[in-house]
Write a protein that binds this ligand. Structure first.
Ligand code: ATP
Ligand code: MG
Length: 486
């Protein structure tokens, strides 16, 4: 490290910022604000001067006024982005001109602030952006050092739990071994199955997914093993089964716990012998198929209850991948949100940036709610919430009220109270609403003599909703014996 850098760090130096604005008092007030926070600030009073300074390439961030006399800030941004895609640029727009903010984002700005901006928020975003830039630089170096062997381009997850799974996936994918993927609904079981296939030598052959639960038993068998002409009424011609179609590739049994015992026996034979007989045929067919299976049921319990063959269970469960529920890896939520914003911005061609990435971002309050929610439907539920936000979004910063009702209201909002039981003076809107809701529900329950059915009717909400709210709002229901005494 050079001497200047050392002494800069010692003084609490946090980065160099260029402010490009034609109004001197705005430049001065930003200078004051930012230097007191440890940034070194330079000013430029027009676009031409700004560009000259930027050519030196020493800035960690640029604050750019969009309205300037010589050239618009937008033109400057467009020119800058032709040779510098990295330096973060925050634009400052006049109040209410969302359109120009969107145009700036499309031209490669990283964020926008409308006049009059909130100093606190500006400082937070500047700090976040500069830190992020440094981390990204470090990451680029790390990645170059660590040449990646496998890639899972559409699987998002930096949490330790997901990284462990992806490591395991990378190791087992090239083999032929059977894998059982377990986990709650929406945790990505099918996605992982596809990734295993895609990273195997079988990738150019078929991946056939069998939804084991949705077909009646005899139809499932003919679907799997095929049939000859006339094998049963309606079999007017011969048909190949999934096992033959998947030959050389992978067959994926989704919801494997739903397969009936008789079909389980046949399945076991295929796994052991690698051959089977199509319905109505007397000739065996040999296949080379890799078997993957998934379930959100507890297969061990099904075995104990006699609903799943133990031998088949052991055959399938050679390697078990356990997908963690989203609530146990919440640090993945921000990345998943970004991923789904990109996906649905592209799909809907809405708020799409110049690099093909989404310009959308949740406001901090919305992000907080997303981090609080327990996500019973896991990644699928989160994906739906983000897709909906893309469809409903009217500007690039998505407010909290765009989130689905059940997400907004399910997050375990802690209502803080002082010693007397009052809300604190800095109570959030969530706390105020939750507190009001709680009091109304208690009122309704009391007038209904604690009959939840009657209270739900009076409140005109479904009983199940009332049950959830009672739990979430921690309303204590008196015991029957206590009620009798009243
Ligand atoms: N880690 C992830 N990164 C990106 N997308 C994911 C991830 N996990 C799940 N998804 C997405 O979430 C949705 C649900 O995933 P998937 O269908 O694989 O779940 P599942 O476990 O098979 O659910 P179910 O038990 O209901 O069948 C899919 O659209 C999938 O692409
Ligand atoms: Mg699935």
């Amino acid at each position: 490290m050079s001497d200047t850098l050392v002494s800069e760090a010692a003084r609490g130096f946090r980065g160099r910022i260029l402010v490009i604005d034609d109004e001197a008092d705005i430049r001065e007030s930003l200078d004051l604000l930012l230097s007191s926070e440890g940034y070194q600030v330079d000013g430029a009073e027009n676009a031409a001067a700004g560009l000259r300074r930027l050519e030196a390439g020493v800035y960690d961030l640029v604050l750019l006024d969009l309205m300037m006399p010589d050239r618009s800030g937008l033109e400057l941004l467009e020119e800058l982005r032709q040779w510098d895609r990295q330096t973060p640029v925050f634009v400052i727009t006049a109040y209410g001109s969302i359109e120009s903010a969107v145009r700036a984002l499309k031209a490669g700005a990283n964020d926008y602030f409308t006049k009059p901006w909130d100093n606190e928020k500006l400082l937070i975003e500047i700090d976040r952006m500069i830190t992020k830039g440094r981390l990204e630089q470090e990451n680029i170096h790390l990645k170059r050092a660590l040449k990646q062997r496998y890639s899972f381009p559409n699987i998002v997850g930096k949490s330790e739990r997901m990284q462990t799974i992806l490591d395991l996936v990378a190791r087992v994918a090239p083999t032929r071994s059977t894998i059982l993927i377990t986990g709650e609904t929406g945790t990505g079981k099918e996605l992982i199955a596809k990734a295993i296939h895609a990273n195997s030598p079988r990738a150019d052959k078929m991946f056939v997914a069998v939804n084991s639960g949705s077909l009646p038993p005899d139809l499932l068998e003919s679907t799997l093993f095929g049939h000859v002409k006339g094998a049963f009424t309606g079999a007017v011609s011969a048909r190949k089964g999934y096992f033959e179609i998947a030959n050389g590739g992978t067959i994926f049994f989704d919801e494997v716990g739903n397969i009936n015992l008789e079909t389980q026996a046949k399945l076991l034979r295929v796994i052991q012998e690698r051959e089977f007989m199509p319905l109505g045929s007397s000739e065996t067919v040999r296949v080379d198929v890799r078997i993957l299976a998934a379930t959100n049921a507890d297969l061990k319990r099904l075995v104990e209850e006699g609903r799943f063959r133990e031998d088949l269970y052991y055959r399938l469960n050679v390697i078990n991948l356990v997908m963690p529920p989203l609530r146990e890896r919440k640090e993945d939520i921000p990345l998943l949100v970004e991923h789904f914003f990109d996906k649905y911005s592209r799909e809907n061609n809405k708020f799409l940036g110049p690099d093909g990435r989404s310009l959308l971002r949740f406001e901090p309050e919305a992000m907080e709610v997303l981090m609080e929610h327990s996500w019973p439907g896991n990644v699928r539920e989160l994906e739906n919430a983000v897709e909906r936000a893309v469809v409903l979004a009217r500007e690039p910063r998505v407010p909290v009220d765009v989130l689905p009702e059940h997400v907004l209201h399910s997050s375990g909002i802690r209502i803080r109270r002082d010693a007397k039981g009052y809300l604190p003076p800095d109570a959030s809107l969530f706390e105020i609403v939750a507190d009001f809701e709680r009091r109304k529900i208690i009122e309704a329950l009391e007038s209904a003599n604690w009959s939840q059915t009657e209270a739900a009717e009076a409140l005109r909400i479904p009983l199940s909703t009332l049950n959830q709210k009672i739990k979430r709002l921690e309303i204590a229901i008196p015991k029957k014996s206590e009620l009798a005494r009243r």
